[in-house]
Each structure stands twice: as structure tokens, then as C-alpha cells.
Write a protein that binds this ligand. Structure first.
Ligand code: SIN
Length: 542
């Protein structure tokens, strides 16, 4: 059973506020949408933690964008399409690539500083790119620079209000029309926010896995609440793993940027042997799925928990300037990257699937939009090209904000908000003695084991049994706190990911099925799996 709402409420009995546009999430996509929409109308951003606590702040590598004279739109588009393994929406790719430079120039006008070599940008390289086209900031702190710039801009805008520590429990919806959201914060409890348009920009799902590069807030809540409101989700089987995350027992799994390999970093196994040449002609700069699987093989062969990244051959001054953040964090854990090898292993990094959107961010639910990692326009196909995600946030955040904002100015206001209340029968369930952290940890382990870099039908069916069994009691309970609602959202999303992974009986991009190890173009070329409350699943072309 899919519940419409996670919690019971009566809209007449809880406090309410109104805004023109409600944006849930405060990473690059949400902030860009807010800045653009605020040119036309009033915007309220809510975020479940602090403004800068999402994945954007932690992004290291950079922004892939055509800004060098030697580069071309055609080249960037071709690289995106090739890495996307036959599943990219070409219109989305064209928009990203063509509009990318203007969005980045705008960001620079707003105060963002990208690293330069003399007068020119300092471009770096990552896997899948045919040339150096990735700009970066403060060496390896690109996301933080983007977020800093956007937060300053948002805070200086009178049309934009911000509510931090506010958790979106569910969208207010009726008959596939969205009217805002029911939210929760510690001070006021549940509250309704009525909005003419609602934009979901809640980021990724990494926290569903035991090990991830993602921020603590990336729990997939936006996807789950959109699904409950009737939105279609697409490509949920495609989760990108990042090959090189710092692996030190007890320390956080911090990203070790792919740009390290772009600058010549070498992957070595326990015996000090460089191994990527055996797996792919591009060596360390092979696509991420290839590198992640190769690392798994090497770990298995050497019966070890990790492999190593070696950059000791690079000039010390260069390393200090280029990777100051990574250097500092490693140093604090006793690793001097100028002299020592860095222990690394793959972890969950980026959700390619998400809420199915048109090019303007619109969804199949009226007045509901999505952008950034939460959305799925088909841009990334079956595998995301490195450093295309900050650009996606800038380009599609802008177009979503424009589309939502403009429609309000031109008379798109909803006049009759219906009386909505959730009267689900939760029986006499109370938030009693269920150990939610224990279930969350079990789910994370299950996802890492059964829906990780390699999958197979038998394991996916086992995963289904376990998720169904936990859901049978967790989803029926009524809870009263965000941590518990997060768990319910995670279970809901895990189920959808498992379903899509089972249905796609081929290997493509980041989805690798051991029982179907080949790409199957005759059955699956251009086919996407769409999931919805109404139709369970459909296989569609876009
Ligand atoms: C990285 O710096 O390796 C991450 C870049 C990305 O995920 O696009």
C-alpha cells in the first residue's frame, strides 16, 4: 500500500502560511531556481538543515563547461552522450551544453571566483572528457564557492525568504494538483505552506547506502514525497558510485576528487601494482562504473578493503595549490599525500534517476516542478559525465525558476485551495519501541550489498523480501519526528530502486547485472523505466 501522506493532519487545525513559490532544498539547483523565480514573484526556500548543508557545498571536482577556445559544444555534447550509454535525452544535453557558459558567466558576475592561469581559466580533466574543460575553485572546493556565491545572492534578495531546519513531510495535493507542502519544525510542529508552485530540489539519495560521499541530508525524501503525490519517477536503477572515497576505519568517507586522477594520480593495489590498464584503454580515466568495478575486482583478489591512490610523483607545490582541502583532511588523519598513498574505495555518489521532468522542470503533477539531482530529465542517460552535475543545477535550476516564476506573473495563480486533511487509518500505532536507527542501518547495509556496483536477479529478489518485510510494519506506523519520516522515505525509495533494477535485465552505464552482463540494445536501447503510484511501472521512450 502506498500511503498518500506519512502523517495525519487537519489543515484547518494547523497553522499555515502562503507563498507564491515554495522551493524545497538549498543546493545549487534550488538556489538558482529561487534567484530566477524571484525576478517575477515571492519565493520561500525551506531546507531541512542549514542552507549550506547539502551535497553542493561538498562538491570538489568542478564544473564541466565550454569556456576554452579549443573546446566546442559538439565535443561536450558528444562526451555526455557517449558516457550516457545510449540513454541520454538529447534535447536536455543540448540545453545543458549550450546554456552552460552563460550560466557560469552569470555566476562569475555574482562574485564566484574560479581558479585561473594568468588571464585564462585553469581547466582540469576528468573521466569521459575528450579534453580539459572543467573549471574549479580554490583548488578542490568548487561546490563551496558556488554555494557561497548563491547564498549571498539569495540573502540579498527581498523577494526570497528562507526557513532553515524545516522538514517537508509531504506535498499538499489533490487529484494530481499540488498546493504546497505540510512541513515540520521543532518550534512550531506541523504547518501548512500553501504555494502556487512548488519546486523540489532536495538532492540525492546517498544516505540510503552504508557508505557514501553524500551529505547527511541526502536521504531521497523529495523523491518519496513526490511519488506519494502521484509524480512519476524515472531511471531509478541508475546510481553512480564514485571510485575513490577515502577509506580509513572510523573516518567519514570523504570524496577524493577524480580530478586527482585527471592530474596524473595512479590507482594501485595492495602489492603496489598499477592495475587500471588491464581493465580499460583509458586507464585511471575510464568511466566511473568501469573504475569502480575494477577496484572491486582488485579488492577481492587481494582480499583487502581498499586500493590506493598514488600522487606522490606530483610536484609538492602543485599539490598544495591544487588540492588544499584533500591534503588537509588526509593530513588530519595521518596521511601526507605528498609522501603517502591514499587508501580509497568506491561509495554511492549520485542518483541519476529521479522525478521525471520536462525541460522546464515541470512534472506530471500540476504546479509541481523538480530540478537538480532530484529531477530526471534523461540528461545523464545511464551514466553521468563527471562534473556535469553542478552545471545541471545552474542551467536547469535557472530554467525551472524561470518557468515557475513567469507562469505566476502571467496569471497562473491557484484560486481555490481545497480543504486537505490526511485521515489515514494508522490504527493505534504509536512511536513506541521501534529502533529506527537499527532499521536504517540494516537498510543501508542491504542497499550496499544488493543494490551496489554489481547486482543480480536473485539478490534483488532477496532485497525485495527484506524491504517489504520492514515496510510492512514501518510504513504502517504513524511517527512524529523527521528522523522517522526519513526512514519511511528511505524505505519507499529503496523499494522503487530495487524494482527498477530487477526490471532492467541488461547491463548499461552504472547498472551492472552479473546475470545479464551485456548491454542489450535490441530490447533496451532508448528504454526508460517509469514508476508511479497508479501504473506500478511502464517502459517508455522519451
Ligand atoms: C569529483 O570531484 O570527483 C566529483 C565530480 C563529480 O561527481 O562530477
Amino acid at each position: 500500500m502506498t500511503k498518500f501522506y506519512l502523517t495525519s493532519f487537519n489543515i484547518k487545525k494547523i497553522s499555515s502560511i502562503q507563498t507564491d513559490i515554495l522551493i524545497v532544498g538549498s543546493g545549487v539547483a534550488g538556489l538558482c531556481a529561487a534567484i530566477e523565480a524571484a525576478k517575477y514573484t515571492k519565493v520561500l526556500i525551506i531546507t531541512k538543515d542549514k542552507l549550506q548543508d547539502g551535497n553542493t557545498e561538498q562538491a570538489q571536482g568542478g564544473i564541466a563547461v565550454v569556456l576554452s577556445r579549443e573546446d566546442s559544444f559538439k565535443g561536450h555534447a558528444e562526451d555526455t552522450l557517449r558516457v550516457g550509454s545510449g540513454l541520454c535525452n538529447e534535447e536536455a544535453v543540448r540545453i545543458l551544453v549550450d546554456e552552460g557558459p552563460s550560466r557560469v558567466q552569470e555566476l562569475i558576475q555574482w562574485g564566484a571566483n574560479f581558479d585561473k592561469e594568468g588571464e585564462n581559466f585553469s581547466f582540469t580533466q576528468e573521466a569521459g572528457h575528450n579534453m580539459r574543460r572543467i573549471i574549479h575553485a580554490k583548488g578542490d572546493a568548487t561546490g563551496a564557492e558556488v554555494e557561497r556565491t548563491l547564498i549571498l545572492k539569495v540573502k540579498g534578495n527581498k523577494n526570497i525568504k528562507i526557513l532553515e531546519h524545516t522538514f517537508a513531510i509531504d506535498l499538499l495535493h489533490k487529484d494530481r494538483i499540488c498546493f504546497g507542502a505540510v512541513v515540520y519544525n521543532e518550534k512550531e510542529g506541523k504547518k501548512a505552506i500553501y504555494a502556487q508552485k512548488t519546486i523540489l530540489a532536495t538532492g540525492g539519495i546517498g544516505q540510503i547506502y552504508r557508505e557514501t560521499t553524500n551529505s547527511i541530508v541526502a536521504t531521497g525524501c523529495g523523491l518519496a514525497l513526490a511519488f506519494r503525490a502521484g509524480a512519476k519517477l524515472m531511471d531509478m536503477e541508475f546510481v553512480q558510485f564514485h571510485p575513490t572515497t577515502l577509506y580509513i576505519a572510523g573516518a567519514a568517507r570523504i570524496l577524493i576528487s577524480e580530478t586527482i586522477r585527471g592530474e596524473g594520480g595512479m590507482l594501485k593495489n595492495k602489492y603496489g601494482e598499477r592495475f587500471m590498464g588491464k581493465y580499460h584503454e583509458d586507464g585511471e580515466l575510464a568511466p566511473r562504473d568501469v573504475v569502480s568495478r575494477a577496484i572491486l575486482r582488485e579488492m577481492k583478489k587481494s582480499n583487502d578493503t581498499h586500493v590506493y591512490l598514488d600522487i606522490t610523483h606530483l610536484n609538492s607545490r602543485f599539490l598544495e595549490n591544487r588540492f588544499p582541502g584533500i591534503m588537509e583532511v588526509c593530513f588530519s588523519l595521518g596521511i601526507d599525500i605528498k609522501k603517502d598513498l591514499i587508501p580509497v574505495r568506491p561509495t554511492a555518489h549520485y542518483m541519476i534517476g529521479g522525478i521525471k521532468t520536462a525541460m522546464n522542470g515541470g512534472t506530471n503533477v500540476e504546479n509541481l516542478y523538480a530540478c537538480g539531482e532530484t529531477a530526471c530529465s534523461g540528461l545523464h542517460g545511464a551514466n553521468r559525465l563527471a562534473s556535469n552535475s553542478l552545471l545541471e543545477g545552474l542551467v536547469f535550476g535557472f530554467s525551472t525558476g524561470f518557468s515557475a516564476g513567469k507562469s505566476i506573473r502571467s496569471g497562473g495563480r491557484i484560486k481555490n485551495i481545497p480543504e486537505i486533511s490526511s485521515t489515514m487509518d494508522y490504527g493505534n500505532s504509536k512511536d513506541l519501541d521501534l529502533d529506527k536507527e537499527d532499521i536504517k542501518n540494516s537498510l543501508k547495509s542491504l542497499m550496499s550489498r544488493y543494490l551496489g556496483i554489481e547486482r543480480d536477479g536473485k539478490a534483488l529478489l532477496e532485497a525485495q523480501e527484506k524491504i517489504d518485510s520492514w515496510s510492512s510494519y514501518v510504513m504502517k506506523k504513524e511517527f512524529f519526528h523527521p528522523k522517522a519520516w526519513e526512514l519511511q522515505n528511505m524505505l519507499q525509495i529503496a523499494k522503487l530502486m530495487q524494482k527498477a533494477a530487477l526490471i532492467r535485465r541488461e547491463s548499461r552505464g552504472v547498472h551492472y547485472r552479473k546475470d545479464f552482463p551485456k548491454r542489450n540494445d535490441s530490447e533496451w536501447q532508448e528504454s526508460h523505466i517509469e514508476l508511479s503510484k497508479d501504473k506500478d511501472f511502464e517502459i517508455i521512450t522519451i
